[in-house]
Structures are given as structure tokens and as C-alpha cells.
Design a protein around this ligand. Structure first.
Ligand SMILES: *Cc1c(COP(=O)(O)O)cnc(C)c1O
Length: 410
């Protein structure tokens, strides 16, 4: 099966009516015919569901679908992308451990690492995640390398093969936040990533109607018992150890579960992921080229030859650059004026919607970061982030062209 066929025909629901989507099991609990049966469900000795925080059939259908799409062995759905990032890390980390992370990460993830410091977990940031920069920071406390495949909003692309090689030589996993790349552009497991997370609020859902996240396990990483003592008791589950620990441990105990309705909305949205990404990537490239041709604007888009990451966009992303571009307008006043003069793009803090969205990251998402952190993330006072939608490209280029004409006068 190719991509679009797989989106429609993997793990379809099979209820007795032949419904084409899984039913929405919008319940908290599931009743059972006997105390013995419920005991077995709790012991994981019988299939079935007990309580939606621990498992739900609609959420299960979503997890199976996205695990298949990424080529993983198991997926655990979460209440948000941030919950997925947090749970993916806390499943393996303890006080005293270190994580190496890209400085260009999503603002929320950077802030999370600040919170984790109170629990004795240290993040060591590198400007760009490369085999060399990671090697330099690995020590006996390092337990994971965490990075976004296409940084939001820095738009740097990670060479996963070489980074995964360094990680594996040192016995640590490579965890990839693949939100901005999506399974349409790349399957990170094929490049050596061990765990993939998505904020499915974005491109997977596609309609901007539900907050959610997911953690997918490749099943390939061999967890050393001494480095990861928490996983030792799950080692009898073999390649399912990480996912089983997550599901039976921190994820269920924190209560990071996804609601059945949001899982359903994601299932519906996902079916058009290929169509949307095809259109979005095409629009983004055309808009990037157009903005680059305007006097006074500097455009950053991974698939443009001017991006230092265009060779990686070629080799890892099939020459496509995803749906996000950033543009520098010369000053904050010009950036604001350009944003305010757009007719179609909505001013909103989100990405991966079918509508084009714009934001001034320095005054919003990076409001609480100092200048150094901001610039490491590719965010300057005059930077605008554009999450390109599926509108007709001629309307978008005309709109941005007219808005820049007005903004330039500032
Ligand atoms: C949005 C986003 C997140 C956080 O996801 P939420 O669903 O908003 O919690 C994490 N990583 C990246 C790359 C994102 O764009």
C-alpha cells in the first residue's frame, strides 16, 4: 500500500454494522460480566477496557492507526503534544539524568526542560543537533537525545542517521519530535530514531479542532538495565518494554490520556493527511519563492536552495520542506504591519491548520525567553512565522504581496 491508500485502509474499524469510522466510545468506564473478568482485565490477562484514563476503544483505534503509519510497534496517545513530550521523557528519566536537546526547539518544550530542572533532570542544549555537537556533550549521565526533525520555528533539519549512530554507540535513544515533518515527509524510524512523538493537534488532526499528542515506539532500542533501571521489570516484554512501562506507569498515573472524541477527530482528519501535505508543501514552496523575490524580505524555508538545510531536505524529506516558513521584515514595526495587512492569514498561535496562520514569535511564543535563547531558536525582532494552508496559492501570493507593499512604507 502506498501512503494515501494506507491512510484509508490500515486498521479500519470492524463493528457489527460495518461503520466506516470507529464509534466514539464517550464513556468513563466499561462494565464486565463478573468480578473475575474485571480482575483479568486489570491484570492484562484478558483483552478489554476498564476505565478511559487507562484505555478506550476509540483511542486504541487511533493509536493503532498512527503506529502503523509511522512503522512503529506501539503508540500511546496523550492529552496534548506537551503531554507526549513529557511522558516520553519521564518514562526513562530519573533525578541526576541528562538529556541533550536542540536549542531551536518549540518554546513549550524549552520551558518544560526548565520545569524538569526542579526534579534533578538537566537539559544540555546544542545550537544544532549534529553527530559532532552531540558527541561533545555525551557523558555517563546522558540518557537521551531529544530533538525536532524540522525545528519550529528555526527550520533546521536534523541528519538523523549520523545522530542516531552516535546515540546508539553510547547506548542512548534518539527521540524525535516529528510534528512539523509528519509521516508524509519522512518515517524517522527508517533513519534510526527510536521513539517518535507528534503534537497531533497540528498536521495529523489538520483542522485545528483538537489538542492531542502521541508517542510511538520503534521497538528497536535495547534498554540497558543499569542505565534505565525502571525498565528492568518490563524487560520480559522484550521490544514492548518501553510502551508497556509507559502505559502501566507514568502515563496512566499522571492521567495524560486522550479523550475519545479528540481521538475520533484525529482519525477523521488523518485520512486526508497526504492530500493536505501535498498541497501545503506545494503552497509553502511557492510562497517562499515569492516572498524571497520581494525586496527587503529574507525568507527561511528548508526546501529553498538558500537554506543550509536544503541538502537534508533533499535526502531525508524527498525535497519537500514542510508547511512552515519564516520571513524577516527588517524591523518589528514592518513585521507587525505586514501581519496586520494580510486579508486571508489568521493571526493565531498554531501550525498545521488548513488555514494559513501567521504570528510574530518574539512577542508571543518566545516572550519569556531571553534574546540569546530566542536567537538560538532563529527568532528575531522582525521574524514572522507563517504556517501555510491549503488556500489557492495565487490568493496567498497576492495577499502577501499587497501586505508587504503597505508594510514597506513603515
Ligand atoms: C505544538 C507543538 C508541540 C506541543 O503540542 P501541543 O499539542 O500544543 O501541546 C510540541 N512540539 C512541536 C514541534 C509543536 O509544534
Amino acid at each position: 500500500m502506498k501512503f494515501n491508500t494506507a491512510l484509508l485502509h490500515t486498521s479500519s474499524s470492524s463493528d457489527k454494522y460495518g461503520s466506516t469510522q470507529p464509534p466514539i466510545y464517550q464513556v468513563s468506564a466499561f462494565s464486565h460480566e463478573s468480578a473475575e473478568k474485571l480482575e483479568k482485565v486489570f491484570e492484562n490477562k484478558a483483552s478489554g477496557f476498564a476505565y478511559t484514563r487507562i484505555g478506550n476503544p476509540t483511542v486504541d483505534a487511533f493509536e493503532k492507526k498512527i503506529a502503523a503509519l509511522e512503522g512503529g510497534i506501539a503508540a500511546v496517545a496523550c492529552s496534548s503534544g506537551m503531554a507526549a513530550v513529557t511522558m516520553a521523557l519521564l518514562n526513562i528519566l530519573r533525578s541526576g539524568d541528562e538529556v541533550i536537546a536542540g536549542a531551536g526547539l518549540f518554546g513549550g518544550t524549552i520551558d518544560l526542560f526548565g520545569d524538569l530542572a526542579a526534579f534533578g533532570i538537566t537539559a544540555r542544549f546544542v545550537d544544532t543537533v549534529t553527530a559532532e555537537s552531540v558527541s561533545e556533550l555525551i557523558n555517563e549521565h546522558t540518557r537521551a537525545v531529544f530533538t525536532e526533525l524540522i525545528g519550529n520555528p528555526k527550520l533546521d533539519v536534523v541528519d538523523m542517521k549520523s545522530v542516531a549512530e552516535v546515540c546508539h554507540r553510547n547506548g542512548i535513544p534518539l527521540i524525535i519530535d516529528s510534528t512539523t515533518a509528519t509521516p508524509y515527509l519522512v518515517h524517522p524510524f527508517e533513519y534510526g530514531a527510536d521513539i517518535v512523538i507528534h503534537s497531533t493537534s497540528k498536521y495529523i488532526n489538520g483542522g485545528g479542532n483538537s489538542i492531542s499528542g502521541v508517542i510511538i515506539d520503534s521497538g528497536n532500542f535495547r534498554w540497558d538495565r543499569e542505565k534505565y533501571p525502571g525498565l528492568a521489570e518490563y524487560s520480559k516484554l522484550g521490544k514492548f518494554a518501553y510502551a508497556a512501562k509507559l502505559r502501566n506507569g507514568i502515563w496512566r498515573n499522571v492521567g495524560a490520556c486522550l479523550s475519545p472524541l479528540n481521538a475520533y477527530m484525529n482519525m477523521v482528519g488523518m485520512e486526508t493527511l497526504g492530500l493536505r501535505m501535498d498541497r501545503i508543501c506545494g503552497n509553502a514552496l511557492r510562497l517562499a519563492e515569492f516572498l524571497g523575490s520581494l525586496d527587503g524580505l529574507t525568507v527561511n524555508y528548508p526546501a529553498l536552495p538558500s537554506s543550509p538545510y536544503s541538502p537534508l531536505a533533499q535526502s531525508e524529506l524527498g525535497g519537500r520542506g514542510g508547511g512552515i516558513l519564516t520571513v524577516r521584515a527588517g524591523s518589528k514595526a514592518r513585521a507587525f504591519s505586514l501581519i496586520n495587512s494580510l486579508k486571508y492569514a489568521l493571526i493565531a498561535t498554531n501550525i498545521g491548520d488548513i488555514r494559513t496562520l501567521v504570528i510574530h514569535p518574539a512577542s508571543t511564543i518566545y516572550l519569556h525567553s531571553d534574546e540569546k535563547r530566542r536567537e538560538q531558536a532563529g527568532v528575531y525582532d522582525d521574524t514572522i512565522r507563517v504556517s501555510v494552508g491549503i488556500e489557492d496559492i495565487d490568493d496567498l501570493t497576492e495577499d502577501f504581496g499587497n501586505a508587504w507593499k503597505k508594510a514597506k512604507e513603515n
